[in-house]
Write a protein that binds this ligand. Structure first.
Ligand SMILES: O=P(O)(O)O[C@H]1O[C@H](CO)[C@@H](O)[C@H]1O
Ligand SMILES: [Mn+2]
Ligand SMILES: [Mn+2]
Length: 405
């Protein structure tokens, strides 16, 4: 069959990119630094010892990392027999954010500059927030700063519950984030507010408005729920997902993929909260998938639970869990299906701050007539989109070089 499965390990970079200096990220390495911490016994919370990823290593993950940085991550070496095609890819998009990474993978790099709210305090222009409050019928808002999404709940969550004022915050990404309590503010009210903000942001080229619902009785017990929703602007030109859809194919979004592509080119949406549920949903969708179908899953926890939270042991645990589930997927794939495993940017949990890191991403591919061995350093993530276009005999994408014959 001709099905494509894309496993997007959100934030799983494999070494600083050539242009990392412009981002303050020289030396960052999500995979490498996690492996090092594990080997040195610094990531033993809920797991033990060197990082064990036998199935990913077999697909060529460690070899791809070696090509990216010049050396194997600690605990990985030449003794691995690789059965997949592997390489690393550079990003040509101007930002290191989630939409840029995803769109470039689908053949549409973001070559324009996003708008950002640069100021760490008083981040949002008053004329913008005035309009939002007026349209939403609110008497005020909290936050108005750069923040970590969990820290700001501890700081302002209780005040929000008392006052009913939403928490507005941003980060180094092109985002406007809104945190509200699900029970006291209401989920639907939060979504409505996000839609207003999305409209009011039109002149600002902000990539995403993100609904950040949370629950819990007090500051010590607040937790973000699985009802996060991203309101993205549309990709600037047709992605390979849209081209396949127009050619009569199916594109199944698992997790937040549909949101990231502003629902363009998606024919079916399946949600899942957490790695286990997302992996289960992926398997289920692959089993149901017919000819000319892409099943595309974003595993967001790597980024949001572990990368941004700078939780090295948690990231390692999640990788080992993911690795343990891979054989179940390989088992149900057929020889002419195409499996792609990649990431959208880095988020090195050992790095300073809480933001993404500008890194190369892994390109692991299996099936579709590909031979085991190196795909080398790819000049753009768009090589993946171009390969999918070739695989389905769609008209070529404007960017990228196919590695599928
Ligand atoms: O700290 P949280 O809310 O998880 O925010 C992270 O997630 C957002 C979207 O990627 C970015 O703004 C990033 O900083
Ligand atoms: Mn991401
Ligand atoms: Mn992120």
């Amino acid at each position: 069959m001709k099905r494509t499965v894309i496993l997007m390990l959100d934030s799983f970079g494999i070494g600083a990119a050539g242009d990392a200096e412009a981002f303050g990220d020289v030396g960052s390495n999500t995979f490498g630094h996690i492996a090092k911490a594990c080997s040195e016994g610094r990531a033993n919370d809920g797991r033990e010892g060197p990082l064990k990823l036998p199935n990913l290593a077999k697909l060529g993950l460690a070899h791809a990392a070696k090509e990216s940085t010049g050396e194997f991550p600690m605990g990985f070496g030449d003794d691995i027999t690789v059965t997949g095609s592997y390489g690393y890819a550079k990003e040509i998009s101007s930002g290191k954010d989630t939409p840029s990474g995803h769109w470039e993978i689908a053949g549409v790099p973001v070559l324009f500059d996003w708008g950002y709210f640069h100021d760490k305090q008083n981040s949002f222009p008053k004329e913008l927030t005035d309009k939002i409050l007026e349209r939403a019928g609110l008497d005020g808002f909290l936050g108005n700063c750069h923040a970590s999404g969990t820290a700001i709940l501890e700081e302002l969550g209780e005040e929000h519950m008392k006052s009913g004022q939403p928490i507005f915050y941003t980060s180094a990404d092109s985002v406007f984030q809104i945190a509200c309590h699900e029970d006291t503010f209401g989920l639907e009210n939060l979504y409505k507010l996000c839609e207003i903000v999305r409209e009011e942001l039109e002149p600002y080229t902000i990539g995403r408005v993100i609904a950040r619902p949370f629950n819990g009785p007090d500051a010590k017990n607040f937790a973000r729920t699985g009802n996060r929703r991203d309101y993205s602007i549309e990709p600037p030109s047709k992605t390979v997902l849209q081209k396949l859809q127009e050619a009569g194919g199916e594109v199944v979004s698992v997790g937040k993929i549909a949101d990231i592509y502003a629902h363009c080119g998606i024919t079916k949406k399946v949600k899942g909260n957490g790695l286990e549920a997302l992996f289960d949903a992926t398997l289920e969708q692959v089993k149901q998938a017919g000819e000319r179908t892409i099943v595309f899953t974003n595993f967001v926890d790597f980024d949001s639970h572990y990368g941004h939270r700078r939780d090295v042991a948690g990231y390692a645990r999640a990788l080992e869990y993911f690795d343990s589930r891979l054989p179940e997927l390989l088992e149900i794939l057929e020889d002419d299906d195409l499996l792609l495993l990649t990431a959208d940017h880095g988020c090195d949990p050992t790095w300073t701050g809480t933001d993404h890191t500008r890194e190369h991403v892994p390109v692991l591919a299996l099936g579709a007539g590909l031979k085991a061995g190196s795909l080398g350093g790819r000049e753009t993530f768009a090589d993946m989109g171009q390969s999918i276009a070739t695989y389905y005999q769609l008209e070529p994408m404007e960017y990228g070089t196919s590695f599928v014959g």
